[in-house]
Design a protein around this ligand. Structure first.
Ligand code: HEM
Ligand code: HEM
Length: 187
């Protein structure tokens, strides 16, 4: 759904920026985890799992908001291939924000490892134990992490292109700051 409003709602913007920081942190925590054999591994992994599950919950909330509230229309003069690239890349980002945590949870379930959150909450296993499945999901989590990073770089490049070159309001639609209308008290 695409609306006629000019900006994403304040809640959509808050979630976007909060999750951008969390996802970037997750990519670096993940790479840190697999590049160390010191006890730091345990500290990193016990941060990686709950933060990843929090991202899954927030992404589902965000998807529901997106489906119910829609998004501001892209500028009418934006070439069709760029509109298509924006739409496809945004849905791919949603798929990765939901798919990556599910793959992480799934691969640990297949290896019979517990997924423990803050306060000792154990998440149920979502897959039966299977070495083959574990390897398959591990590979998918690994390769999709690189795809996620590459897509984020493209996304940031596109955002900067809109903000600095086209100056067409697309960046402002997601900017974390309130606009003058939002900041000014209602008359
Ligand atoms: C947005 C969410 C997530 C992102 C971006 C992410 C990213 C990553 C990255 C970049 C790696 C390192 C891959 C490599 O270079 O080898 C990794 C490894 C790992 N991830 Fe995630 N991850 C996410 C969610 C999760 C969740 C929710 C879990 C579990 C509940 C999880 C469990 C793991 C485990 C266990 C490893 C390490 C595997 C090993 O030590 O061999 N991840 N993740
Ligand atoms: C981990 C990092 C990020 C992820 C996963 C992400 C994800 C997304 C998604 C899924 C959308 C589409 C929103 C929707 O249609 O519901 C979006 C929009 C947007 N993002 Fe990001 N984002 C990230 C980082 C950034 C950064 C760093 C910037 C700026 C430099 C940025 C700027 C924007 C802008 C301007 C839009 C609005 C595009 C439009 O109106 O169509 N994002 N982002």
């Amino acid at each position: 759904m695409t609306g006629t409003h000019r900006r994403f709602t304040p809640l959509q913007r808050l979630l976007h920026w909060l999750m951008a920081a969390a996802i970037l942190a997750m990519l670096f925590i993940g790479v840190g985890m697999v590049s160390t054999v010191t006890p730091k591994y345990l500290a990193l992994v016990s941060l990686h799992k709950p933060l990843g599950i929090a991202i899954l919950v927030l992404a589902l909330i965000r998807l529901a908001l997106r489906l119910s509230h829609g998004a501001p229309a892209l500028p009418a003069d934006l070439p069709e291939p760029m509109k298509l690239a924006a739409v496809l890349s945004h849905w791919a980002l949603y798929a990765l924000m939901i798919g990556m945590p599910l793959l992480g949870w799934g691969m640990l379930s297949a290896a019979s490892y517990p997924v423990v959150l803050a306060g000792g909450i154990h998440l149920p296993s979502i897959l039966p134990p299977s070495d083959r499945l574990h390897t398959l999901l591990w590979d998918a989590h690994y390769f999709l992490a690189f795809a996620f990073f590459a897509l984020i770089l493209l996304h940031v490049a596109a955002a900067l292109f809109h903000a600095l070159v086209r100056r067409d309001g697309v960046f402002e639609a997601m900017a974390p700051t309130p606009t003058r209308d939002e900041a000014a008290p209602a008359e």
